[in-house]
Design a protein around this ligand. Structure first.
Ligand code: NAD
Ligand code: LMR
Length: 328
């Protein structure tokens, strides 16, 4: 192994996504089978002991690519020199908590983390926010990292994208590998718009192969409410599938999208498709040379327009709330 290890910081490392994620990173699935990694785990003080237990298990895995694991309860130290930051730890909504309270509680987490990334992360830092509300948490972190290019802050809608692929593959009776140009637009919430307007399978338009009623009454709500359905079934929110999507998001960011296809990620809007500039919203994106780029020039039909606008309106509302709270 000649390459210096890539530093990967994972917050919320002792949580359920952390437990599913860390072993996949250590095994080389985040960055590739030839890239050594050094893990930097951030937890709150009460959960450091549990993170130490996970670090013991990581050691016991004897992963050839794992160059070491350090544990911190201070964001400044955890993000020092880091190349990839996976912001998973967040404050969950508790009983009786209003949306504004949730945004405020998360502001207390993502503001100092943004500041720490600004102060100490490596120049090539790439940030993926998984902790909910992911888009607005990413917006908060980014607004406290003025020296980091805005396009390095992303939020995860790859899980929604993967859920959409799985539902379509089942409906059409084809493997997921046949599906191209599916897109998630907007917020990682129930207002998101999983779109097949431009999607293809085996070179044919998916929109011609499924009826509109199925799209509106089955596909879109199934994908958009899948997180709630998992919570209902498991008694806990999705963890292994979320970890898997985080691996996919970063792997694609670093290694690129295949020709003729795209994926979905929540990235800083450049004003494309009427999404206010700066908002972190999900778009169809390609990745090349370590950069996610919004796919340009797509025709948007009336149905899609209304759905995109509705989800973007929710993001604008979240942005206005955190602005009023002085969090951005
Ligand atoms: P969890 O409660 O099991 O773990 C969260 C961990 O974060 C805990 O160990 C907690 O101690 C830690 N934490 C809290 N505040 C922290 C801080 N300031 N710094 C560092 N660590 C901190 O939750 P989970 O199931 O692992 O989920 C984590 C988050 O991911 C939740 O917000 C969940 O809603 C979200 N999520 C997002 C997606 C997505 O697609 N974007 C999918 C699934 C879950
Ligand atoms: C998911 O999509 O599975 C999660 O974001 C759900 C949640 O509320 O944690």
């Amino acid at each position: 192994m000649t390459q210096a290890p890539v530093n990967v910081t994972v917050t919320g490392a002792a949580g359920q996504i952390g437990y599913a994620l860390l072993f996949r990173i250590a095994s080389g699935q985040l960055l590739g089978q030839d890239v050594p990694v050094k893990l930097r785990l951030l937890e709150i003080p009460q959960a450091v002991k549990a993170a130490e237990g996970t670090a013991m298990e990581l050691e016991d895995g004897a992963f050839p690519l794992l160059a070491g694991t350090d544990i911190f309860d201070d964001p400044k130290q955890a993000f020092e020199g880091t190349n990839i930051a996976l912001l998973v730890g967040a404050r969950p909504r508790s009983k009786g908590m209003e949306r504004g309270d949730l945004l405020e509680a998360n502001g207390g987490i993502f503001k100092p983390q943004g500041e720490a990334i600004n102060a100490g992360a490596a120049d090539d830092i790439k940030v993926l926010v998984v902790g909910n509300p992911a888009n607005t948490n990413a917006l908060i972190a980014r607004s406290h990292a003025p020296d980091v290019p805005a396009d390095r802050f992303t939020a995860m809608t790859r899980l929604d994208h993967n859920r959409a692929l799985a539902q379509l593959a089942k409906k059409l009776g084809v493997p997921v590998t046949e599906l191209k140009k599916v897109a998630i637009w907007g917020n990682h919430s129930a207002t998101q718009y999983p779109s097949v307007q431009h999607a293809e399978f085996g070179g044919k338009a998916i929109a011609d192969a499924v009826d509109q009623a199925w799209l509106e009454n089955d596909f879109i709500p199934t994908v958009a409410k899948r997180g709630a359905a998992i919570i209902e079934a498991r008694g806990l929110s999705s963890a292994a599938s979320a970890a898997s999507a985080a691996i996919d998001h970063v792997y694609t960011w670093v290694n690129g999208t295949p020709a003729g296809d795209w994926t979905s990620a929540a990235v800083a809007s450049d004003g494309s498709y009427g999404v206010p500039e700066g908002l972190i919203s999900s778009f169809p994106v390609t990745a090349e040379n370590g950069q996610y780029k919004i796919v340009q020039g797509l025709e948007i039909d009336d149905f899609s327009r209304a759905r995109i606008d509705a989800s973007v309106a929710e993001l604008v509302e979240e942005r206005d709330t955190v602005q009023k709270l002085g969090l951005i």
